[in-house]
Write a new protein. Structure first.
Lengths: 128, 128
DNA sequence: GACAAAAGTTAGACATGGCTAACTTATCTA
DNA sequence: TAGATAAGTTAGCCATGTCTAACTTTTGTC
């Protein structure tokens, strides 16, 4: 029961960092800035907050890595994200909208609701 | 196509103010503070921002009223809120959780998704 | 290897939305 | 109606997350 209550910012960052490491081999501030629609100084500042929170490991001017707990948080976020997106899509919503809405919605979905989404998703497979 | 992009704060406040006026006859800062879980000075400050934004009308130490555009925004928010709550409940989620989650989710639901929720809700009536 | 371009950082400002402490105004009640 | 209590405001502080301008470091290319 790790009630970590990280900020949405933290979740968005670790989620994206994990994705960038997976797809690009490394996570660079310039990519993060582009993807999140913010400027590089904002990324620098936020990454240092993440570092202070023990979620990332990093040397100045170098690529960004996740710590174990960052990794863990990222995995949870990505899982939740996938469920929300899939659920929205199962309602007939186009992928782009589903992606966009999920980014906002995922931070406000309780465990209860997430489970319900998963359940509904399973139902939609049966009736497809 | 009034792309007003009011803040979540503004939406939460006008929504609540409309509800208080309906159920209590008037909207008072002390009630707003309790319901939103903030302290009275925060309410004072935010109400003055809402006033500056043309959403509420109000004299110091008096009750709070919505302007026409505040009214309009409140109505839209309440409508969206109702749909999101009803939709979550239709998934089998308990009302309390649905209410809690909806408060966070409703600000991130696009028109497309809202329509899809409404559609799914209609389906659930048929199959109830 | 030098130097230009790209990437990253630092410093400092700003808006939002929260707080406490102290004060003022309104309301209730004896 | 006076005084106590409740409600509301003001002033000033803080954290978060954003920005621009100017600087430093790294990278890529001739």
């Amino acid at each position: 029961m790790r009630q970590a209550h990280e900020s949405e910012m933290a979740e968005d960052y670790v989620e994206l960092i994990a994705e960038l490491i997976e797809t690009r081999g490394e996570a660079r501030p310039v990519e993060i800035a582009e993807r999140l629609g913010v400027k590089p100084p904002t990324v620098t500042k936020n990454i240092s907050r993440l570092k202070a929170a023990g979620l990332v490991r990093r040397e100045p001017y170098r690529a960004i890595f996740l710590t174990d707990s960052g990794q863990e948080l990222a995995e949870a976020c990505r899982q939740r994200h996938r469920i929300v997106v899939a659920f929205l899509c199962s309602l007939g919503i186009d992928e782009e909208t589903a992606e966009r809405d999920a980014e906002g919605i995922e931070h406000h979905v309780s465990e209860t609701t997430l489970v319900a989404f998963g359940q509904a998703l399973k139902q939609s497979w049966k009736h497809e």
